[in-house]
Design a protein around this ligand. Structure first.
Ligand code: LLP
Length: 425
């Protein structure tokens, strides 16, 4: 996780900056990102896939600084809307290193992608092929991948499993629609089929499902060669590598995954008599999740029935993951030494619904009181990027810490920001 150091009197520092100081300077709630940790994670991925391509999945968290770190560390970028693409490119990301996803790409998504010169577009359905080809200027060729459903069930929650037939992403290899898409793309002079793609799910903590998917994808590459006499040079296995939110939780080590997948790929390709395609992965959570810490101030403490509630100044509007996926976190008290025994506490948010709970029954000192500061580690992914304007609370700021210094990356959203879009009478 973020490079934290314990300080005397219950203090905690990230990249050498005490969290109490950050709470003082930037207010709470706030999200703290350890720049060195993000960069180190990018580098570990580059080393794990030395002859492949690592594309950071921007949906996990996107900001100008993040775009720069990812670019400087040599990763590509996976985006899934004109908005993400536009932000990345205006922040200086080379469009040719961007991959566009989407199961329902809007005309604007496609127009923006073609106008900015996005490197590759992932075809997710039969109906978009002719539409995409028609949008490409005469004389141009757009590189595409075909997203295939490999028939592998994996992922930390049913809502984030994407490797099987009964979900909306990709083209089935079992019913032949993936093969049909491949044939149609090969027949389009304005499209160039660069390879195959699959993404089996998210928060996956074992290598095995990826190995199964890889073998099936190589099988399909061999069929493409047999049917069309075409050898596709790229194989993208998507993202989904799990992180540990609490001490002791399982997680997927990119180095071990890289070693395993590269060996499997070499073996499967040799068996099929295929040249080894460029292996690609699209990690989002594993790059940025562990580098983030969320900071909250306790506003109220109360006992109702058997439960002790500590209500904080953020909640489901900055982190919808507990409510959406039953995600579990491990908040800790910072900035004050407590000798009180730990008891089960439910850390609740400030929003107007009972389901707004950030962490239920976590162990915290029994003398927790208003004014206390709570830090939630491993908070960098899919929290702010899925944050909402619920109750007009406004999204928290993002602060980068690096080598003992802090700087604001994204300012706090105010109720006025949210309200200013309301132009009706
Ligand atoms: N590639 C594709 C095509 C994806 O759909 C995703 C995530 C990724 C890569 C990156 O997956 P990662 O490495 O971050 O797991 N909001 C959910 C996660 C949704 C993931 C959606 N797709 C959550 O908070 O758990």
């Amino acid at each position: 996780p973020a490079s934290t150091t314990r300080l005397p009197a219950g203090g905690l520092a990230v990249a050498g900056v005490p969290l109490t100081e950050l709470a003082e300077r930037f207010g709470t709630p706030a999200y703290v990102l350890d720049e060195g940790e993000v960069r180190a994670r990018c580098r570990r991925y580059r080393e794990a896939f030395p002859d492949g391509e690592v594309l950071y999945a921007a949906k996990a968290f996107l900001s100008r600084a993040m775009v720069r770190w990812v670019r400087e560390e040599g990763l590509g970028l996976d985006v899934c809307s004109a908005g993400e693409l536009h932000c990345a490119v205006t922040a200086g990301f080379p469009p040719e290193r961007v991959l566009l996803h989407g199961n329902a790409k809007s005309p604007q998504d496609l127009r923006t992608a073609l106008r900015l010169g996005v490197g590759r577009i992932v075809v997710d359905g039969l109906s978009e092929i002719a539409r995409l080809a028609a949008a490409v200027s005469p004389g141009d060729r757009q590189r595409v991948l075909v997203r295939v459903i490999p028939g592998v069930a994996a992922g930390g929650h049913p809502k984030i499993r994407t490797g099987t037939e009964d979900q909306k992403f990709g083209l089935s290899a079992a019913d032949g629609s993936a093969q049909e898409a491949i044939a149609r793309i090969l027949g389009q002079s304005r499209l160039e089929l660069a390879g195959l793609h699959c993404h089996i799910g998210s928060q996956i903590t074992e290598a095995e499902p990826y190995v199964v998917a890889l073998r099936r994808m190589v099988g399909l590459l061999a069929r493409v060669r047999d049917t069309h006499r075409v050898v596709l040079p790229q194989l993208d296995l998507g993202g989904g590598h799990g992180v540990a939110h609490r001490p002791g939780d399982p997680w997927l080590d990119p180095a071990a995954l890289g070693t395993r997948l590269r060996a499997e790929l070499a073996e499967s390709c040799a068996a099929a008599g295929l040249p080894v395609p460029r292996l690609e992965v699209e990690p989002g959570r594993a790059v940025v999740g562990p580098a983030g810490v969320a900071l909250y101030r306790v506003l109220a403490v109360k006992r109702t029935g058997e439960r002790l509630f500590a209500a904080v100044d953020g909640g489901m509007s900055d982190n919808p993951r507990p409510a959406l996926y039953g995600a579990r976190y491990a908040p800790c008290l910072v900035g004050r030494a407590s000798t009180a025994p730990e008891i089960p506490v439910t850390v609740a948010g400030r929003h107007c619904e009972a389901g707004d709970v950030l962490a239920a029954g976590v162990r915290l000192p029994g003398d927790l009181r208003p004014g206390d500061l709570l830090a939630v580690p491993v908070a960098g992914a899919y929290q702010l990027s899925m944050a909402s304007g619920y109750n007009l609370v406004g999204r928290p700021p993002v602060v980068a810490v690096h080598e003992g210094a802090a700087r604001l990356l994204v300012r706090r959203e105010t109720a006025d920001d949210l309200w200013s879009r309301d132009v009706g009478e």
